[in-house]
Design a protein around this ligand. Structure first.
Ligand code: ZN
Length: 450
């Protein structure tokens, strides 16, 4: 059961009036109990509410709620009617477990973007490796990725600009074998709408949550009808259950065991990992890259490892909506913690800024709200891009300063000139040293360029 704590999502105008009310709830929805009132979500633990913890991800109980994030599409028109010609020679609607190009290896990362994705992109730049990201629309503790008031659209654009392959991993990570055909469909269409809002295209590659997409459930038929290549994996690192420095060795061993077995018919490997786990970014990935190269593999994207030209990876779509949703809600948590002293609520979970409205000032995590919306006290939180509306920041020196975290350019008045070996400021405001950073569009005012 949950501790004596509950979370409510309130309109900011209602906040002052309700902040002192005791926030008590007990299981009031679910099997044998019934549904929440219209507009409320039934959480996994059987509480009605409207917070991300009630409505987000795949744990919101669809049978007892009408407002789970699963059924709420992103802005803009549906992509339902997009033409879906089955271009190229890679099969549609059937499971693909391995590469067809000899001695290739495709690293794939599911469930992002998330806290560690930017660091993963830094790492892949450093290692000069292109990977494939199976992106999930909306998850608990991370709003939908097309919300322009958050950092996620920029993170995804950076991913795309860097040459990685981007694919779909559903809207809210439902097990597609366990939901009805309407939800199967909306899990795919809603994610497409979000891709359309960020990029103006929808992907043609897909991985099912939990790798669950059977013929019997209708999932594979739907994949075929909607024009998706269904990608499994030949090596599953199980990084998600080995996310500590000690356990990471298990994921490494699983990877090594996998690549020592040659794939059938002289093809290559598709490797499953997740950019939402810290050890995968700080530990496992560099090992996988080094080991692959040592064993003679060529590290490529899933599209490349199947011999599919890049123009087949996405379908252009018109009719996007770029209207950001309003950020007029404030999330508040009631617990035995200190009472808030203003309309800002002190962050209970390290998040801050536009996405949650929490302030870092006085939080247990540090007083600075970083560009990425997390509280901390180191220069990477308090320096470049720090949001002083939701905490305090390092005093900003007048004029252009050295970046503290690899963000750069006009928006941050920060330069890469003294940022290690990443001295070029890319068109999207990231320090690096690749052609994407130092070539066309490189911001010469904020670092070096070719
Ligand atoms: Zn997943």
């Amino acid at each position: 059961m949950y501790p004596f704590l509950s979370v409510l999502l309130l309109g900011s105008t209602a906040l002052a009036a309700t902040i002192d009310l005791p926030l008590r709830k007990r299981a009031v929805c679910g099997p044998g109990i019934g549904s929440c009132a219209p507009g409320l979500c039934c959480s996994q633990a059987g509480w009605c509410g409207t917070s991300p913890a009630h409505c987000g991800g795949s744990s919101c109980q669809l049978e007892y709620s009408d407002s789970c994030d699963t059924v709420i599409p992103p802005p803009g028109s549906s992509t339902e009617d997009v033409a879906r010609d089955q271009i190229g020679s890679v099969p549609y609607g059937v499971r693909i477990r391995q590469c067809t190009e000899p001695k290739t290896l495709a690293l794939t990362f599911d469930d992002g973007p998330y806290d560690y994705t930017s660091e993963m992109l830094d790492l892949l730049d450093d290692l000069d490796v292109k990977a494939t990201f199976f992106v999930q629309g909306s998850r608990i503790n991370r709003p939908r990725f097309d919300d322009e008031s958050t950092q996620w659209p920029a993170v995804l654009r950076r991913m795309h600009d860097a040459g990685h392959h981007i694919a779909s991993h559903t809207w809210t990570h439902r097990n597609l074998n366990q939901v009805d055909s309407d939800i199967q469909r909306s899990e795919i269409i809603h994610n497409e709408m979000a891709f359309r809002n960020v990029f103006g295209w929808i992907p043609t590659y897909f991985r099912a949550p939990f790798l669950e997409c059977s013929v019997a459930s209708g999932c594979q038929g739907l994949m075929n009808a909607l024009g998706y290549h269904l990608i499994d994996a030949s090596i599953d690192t199980k990084d998600y259950e080995n996310n500590t420095p000690a356990l990471a060795q298990i994921a490494k061993d699983r990877f090594l065991t996998g690549i020592l077995q040659d794939p059938a018919e002289g093809g290559g490997h598709i490797v499953l990992a997740h950019d939402v786990h810290q050890q995968t970014v700080t530990n496992l990935t560099e090992f996988m890259v080094g080991t692959s190269l040592a064993h003679g593999y060529r590290l490529v994207t899933v599209g490349e490892c199947l011999g599919d030209p890049k123009e087949n990876w996405y379908r252009d779509v018109d009719g996007g909506s770029t209207t950001p949703t309003s950020a007029t809600t404030t999330t508040t948590t009631s617990s035995s913690g200190p009472e808030p002293t203003s309309t800002f609520i002190i962050s209970p979970d390290q998040t801050c800024g536009g996405a949650t409205g929490y302030t870092c000032q006085g939080s247990a995590f540090g007083n600075c709200c970083s560009f990425y919306g997390y509280c901390g006290s180191s220069p990477s939180y308090c320096g470049t891009g720090c949001d002083n509306a939701f905490g305090s920041c390092l005093p900003q020196s007048p004029g252009i300063s050295d970046t503290t975290n690899g963000l750069c350019g006009e928006a941050f008045q920060a330069s890469c000139a003294n940022y290690g070996d990443k001295k070029c400021c890319s068109p999207h405001g990231y320090c690096g040293n690749s052609a994407t950073h130092c070539g066309v569009g490189c911001q010469s005012l904020f670092g070096e360029c070719n």
